[in-house]
Design a protein around this ligand. Structure first.
Ligand SMILES: *[C@@H]1O[C@H](CO)[C@@H](O)[C@H](O)[C@H]1NC(C)=O
Ligand SMILES: *[C@@H]1O[C@H](CO)[C@@H](O)[C@H](O)[C@H]1NC(C)=O
Length: 451
């Protein structure tokens, strides 16, 4: 933008006269201008255009979260900030220590005194390294920086969704609590600790990048090392040694060609031989070789592990399984009005035990989540708030609970006061879209997609 110097000087004059004493007296016209300037109230829509981030509670919350680095292991500062933010918004906040020194903690928040709510809304506050500073690009409407997508976009839109439902008087004490955990990107120690918080929830809504689609499930994980022990000798006399590299190659060949169980819902299992190490030099028979393998499990976990073991049982190698394995996660996804997706990445979902319904939903794409150009679109954040609100309502008042016969009666017999039938939908006296007050047009009831 080009600003010609004369109006700019006029603009700055009132400020300048405040900052330091001018060596001359301002002419009366300018004095008036100064007074007029200070009292100008810019209309809200102009402020919004001029500064779309800090004028929006959603975007400014998101920004504050990103501006505080929180690489797994160093989540203290963001945890403290978030706990204070939620307290300032009238939530009751508990912190749950996860590390021995208390420096890392989960943030658990709810309304009033009732911590055993029907629904839990949760995500994580740690990020992968390295820290990337916050940057808003107005031209593309995108927000960049570490955590902008995974998962501070989920955290900000979840909190905003809950706040909006509270101010719309749709939810109240006992309905929804919020849990933001540490350590999701590494060993899931935050969510594992959350098992000892106490409450048992009916539904848990997990926030991770799913492009605002409802995940039908995600694959499980099996991680193991393949270890081959050999015997070093001169490469001119291979019969005197045992080549660990050769045995590792045979084992990896078998593994690579293994048909692993798939599933209709989650597709194929995939295997990544991610790291290979072995031997000492070209003229030495390799005494030692090892490979690290990760399988994304779509089919049965036990069957998968058995097949892996069987494929190398005749070879002189050892398999060492790491303790992080879990099977495919099947989630709840039958909610009207959502697109669905299958995820191939791991989440905290298996770390939280219980019989709760499990939803996985969040803004942003996993494709850019851990990269240098991690970002989120402003419009995706806004859409996610609406999505979370819908999911929270679904978890509290499942639309499936309405027998389809009710809808038929309404349509066929044209009942004038549908409130009696809708009363069976909702347990409490809450005013929701599903529980319309008396006198609602029957048409509205029948057409309501929510049913
Ligand atoms: C704060 O929360 C309490 C308990 O839920 C509630 O009674 C009170 O009205 C709330 N105050 C505000 C300002 O929202
Ligand atoms: C807390 O909320 C849950 C779920 O709404 C409800 O079942 C329970 O009775 C409430 N507990 C108390 C002490 O009000």
């Amino acid at each position: 933008m080009k600003i010609s110097p004369v109006p700019l000087a006029l603009l700055l004059l009132p400020l300048a006269s405040v900052a330091f004493k001018l060596p001359f007296k301002l002419p009366p016209g300018i004095e008036n201008l100064k007074i007029r300037f200070e009292s100008i109230e810019l209309p809200q829509f102009i402020r919004n255009i001029a500064d779309p981030i800090s004028t929006s509670p959603l975007f400014s919350l998101h920004k504050s979260l990103i501006e505080i680095p929180s690489i797994s292991g160093s989540e203290r500062e963001v945890g403290e900030w978030l706990a204070n933010y939620l307290i300032s918004k009238n939530f009751t906040v508990e912190t749950q220590s996860v590390s021995d020194d208390g420096g890392r903690f989960n943030v658990f928040a709810y309304l009033g005194k009732n911590r055993t709510t029907n629904t839990l809304v949760t995500s994580h506050i740690d990020t992968v390294p390295p820290y990337i500073p916050y940057e808003y690009r107005g031209s593309s409407g995108s927000i960049h920086g570490r955590g902008s997508n995974d998962a501070k976009s989920s955290v900000a839109s979840q909190i905003t969704a809950v706040q909006e439902l509270i101010s719309e008087k749709i939810i109240s004490e006992g309905d929804v609590s919020l849990l933001f955990v540490v350590g999701e990107e590494t060993i899931g120690d935050g969510m594992k600790a959350a098992n000892s918080l106490g409450p048992v929830w009916k539904s848990v809504i997990f926030g991770e990048p799913t492009e605002n689609k409802l995940a039908v499930g995600h694959k499980g994980i099996v991680m193991f090392d393949v270890i081959a022990e050999g015997k070093a000798s001169h490469s001119g006399y291979p019969q005197l040694g045992v080549n660990a590299n050769s045995n590792l190659i045979r084992a990896l060949y078998n593994l690579q060609n293994l048909g692993l169980p798939s599933s209709d819902l989650l597709g194929e299992s995939t295997m990544n031989i991610g790291r290979i190490e072995g031997g000492v030099a070209a003229n030495v028979i390799s005494p030692y070789a090892t490979a690290s393998v990760l399988v994304r499990v779509a089919g049965d976990l036990g069957e998968t592990v058995a097949l892996i073991k069987k494929s190398v049982e005749d070879l002189p190698v050892e398999l060492k399984f790491l303790s992080v394995s879990y099977g495919p996660q099947h989630l709840d996804y039958e909610v009207e009005g959502f697109q669905t997706t299958v995820c191939s990445y791991g989440t905290d979902i298996p770390n939280l035990h219980g019989e709760h319904k499990r939803y996985l939903y969040g803004p942003g794409s996993i494709i850019t989540a851990h990269g240098d150009n991690e970002y989120i679109l402003k419009s995706d954040l806004v859409e996610a708030v609406a999505g979370y609100k819908k999911l929270i309502k679904e978890s509290l008042w499942p639309t499936k609970r309405v027998p389809s016969i009710i809808e038929e009666i309404v349509v066929i017999e044209e009942i004038v006061t549908p409130v009696s039938s809708s009363a069976t939908v909702v347990d409490s006296d809450k005013e929701t879209e599903e529980a319309k007050p008396e006198g609602v047009e029957p048409q509205t009831f029948a057409e309501s997609g929510e049913l």
